[in-house]
Design a protein around this ligand. Structure first.
Ligand SMILES: [Zn+2]
Length: 498
């Protein structure tokens, strides 16, 4: 047996017709044979065999190859594993549904976690999918407030989502330079632990002033890390604030779920973002393919006036735990109690507009898995492939794959150079691969059932290890690895401070 590299070099000298007929006789860990390989970086769309060794792609070739394990991919598309920039499901219960939806990397970038080190320690060696997080602005600003610090000092990674939207501090502004510098210290500490940027959600922290948010952008610019933001308000003003801050500081910004954040303004917002990009602003955005959103009923989003702002009423809210539609009475009761609602608030044409845009990244906003949760946690990517690629042809297949893989990888490359090895199918890339049948792939969860395993995605491979095999979850494998920001290993730039 000859090592792959030496043998490949030797083969180069053979005439092409001869080389193509000879088998490549290296033995790979895993081979994926005869699939339609789709690589959005090179636009390769052709039948190839893929050899995987040590969790990396070691061959992409028309020649026959052999391995210790073989997957017959004939009739299937082979894409880079889907990279989800927006997942609040940071445990394996949620990861399993995401895996069946083709996701191989699920990142919590909108809210982030407060204690990045603890979160990374908790998931190490136990994660089904690749994982990573931002530093959480909502969490750190509350910890920086003198009167709230004692209450919130015990936060753990897993509770951040709920805590971040519940605590009273959301209404309070930062009061003085002492609080600002405490917040700065905590955000910088999280970056040094490997956070992938800053999660900034003024929609949930109405007490954070325009000035506070601007200073957070200044911090991001100084550290050269991206901001992931749920923008203020429900329409244009929040995106305009983000673009102004990005332009004024040089920070990169990613606007999460443009569909629910800007609703009927989506066509204008796409023009605004495209125009900003054309003028050199580093701004990206994402959407999920559903007309309903989901969040905590006790959050700031439901302060007085929400019906007028959103153009919906109590009956458009669905209580996750029971599936019931709300009334004025149950709204007040449940808001006091706290819990998740599904909001039926968008029109199909707004979603179609977002799904048709070549630069809108697909991201799920997966909620932590629960029975009756929003189905996007198990259906975002399969729904795009079924409804918007196959059925309505809103996006060509390669373009949709690019928006699920290469574009989210590129969003993170400046802060996490390891992402240059994801979102592509080429020799040397991470063997994160999703095999699906373009003719049958389909989401199956509904607003009644909650997340369900998607159909037509028989194999999902993370770092060379199948986590979905023959349509079933592989047992006892945890191949997920952390995606870390580069400050996890580098010194801070300049003098820290806001
Ligand atoms: Zn959000």
């Amino acid at each position: 047996m000859v090592p792959v590299t030496a043998y490949t070099l030797m083969m180069v000298r053979l005439p092409g017709w001869l080389a193509a007929t000879l088998p490549l006789c290296a033995q790979f860990d895993l081979v994926i044979l005869g699939g339609r390989v789709l690589d959005p970086e090179t636009n390769l769309d052709g039948v190839r065999n893929i050899g995987v060794t040590n969790g990396k792609i070691a061959a992409v070739t028309p020649r026959s190859i052999t391995g210790k394990r073989t997957i017959d991919a004939r009739g299937l598309a082979v894409a880079p594993g889907f990279i989800d920039l927006h997942s609040h499901g940071i445990d394996n219960a949620s990861n399993e549904y995401q895996a069946h939806d083709g996701v191989t990397t699920a990142l919590e970038l909108e809210l982030g976690v407060y204690d990045v080190q603890k979160y990374l320690d908790q998931r190490k060696g136990k994660a089904l999918l690749n994982y990573g997080t931002t530093a959480s602005h909502p969490a750190t600003r509350m910890l920086a407030m003198k009167e709230l610090a004692a209450k919130t000092a015990v936060w753990s990674g897993e509770n951040d989502l709920q805590r971040g939207v519940k605590e009273q501090g959301r209404e309070l502004p930062l009061r003085d330079e002492e609080e600002y510098s405490k917040m700065t210290f905590l955000l910088e500490q999280a970056l040094k632990q490997g956070a992938l940027g800053l999660g900034v959600m003024p929609a949930y922290t109405p007490g954070s002033s325009r000035n506070e948010i601007f200073r957070v952008y200044q911090l991001a610019a100084r550290w050269k890390v991206p901001i992931f933001t749920h923008v203020r308000g429900w329409a244009e003003e929040g995106v305009q604030e983000a673009i102004a801050n990005a332009a004024g500081t040089g920070a990169a910004v990613h606007v999460v779920h443009l569909n629910s954040s800007t609703r009927s303004a989506i066509p204008n917002m796409l023009e605004l973002i495209a125009g900003a990009r054309a003028r050199g602003i580093d701004i990206t955005t994402e959407a999920y393919p559903y007309t309903a959103g989901s969040t905590f009923l006790e959050s700031a989003l439901f302060e007085d006036g929400w019906q007028e702002t959103l153009g919906i009423d109590y009956g458009d809210l669905q209580w996750q735990a029971t599936g019931e539609r709300l009334t004025k009475e149950s709204f007040q009761r449940y808001r006091k109690q706290g819990g998740v609602v599904i909001l039926h608030l968008m029109k199909p044409e707004w979603i179609r507009t977002a799904m048709s845009s070549p630069f809108v990244i697909i991201a799920s906003d997966t909620m932590p898995y629960a029975k009756g949760a929003h189905p996007r946690g198990g259906g975002t990517f399969s729904k795009v492939l079924a409804e918007y690629v196959r059925e309505t042809k809103a996006a060509p297949l390669m373009e949709a794959i690019r928006r699920m893989t290469l574009l989210p990888a590129q969003r993170l490359e400046a802060i996490a150079p390891a992402m240059k090895q994801k979102g592509r199918i080429r020799v040397g890339a991470d063997a994160d691969l999703t095999l699906f049948d373009p003719a049958t792939v389909k989401d199956t969860g509904t607003y009644q059932t909650g997340p369900q395993f998607a159909r037509g995605i028989p194999y999902v491979i993370v770092n060379g290890v199948p986590v979905v095999e023959d349509g079933k979850t592989a047992i006892n494998v945890f191949p997920g690895r952390p995606v870390l920001g580069n400050y996890g290993r580098r010194l801070a730039p300049g003098r820290p401070g806001m």
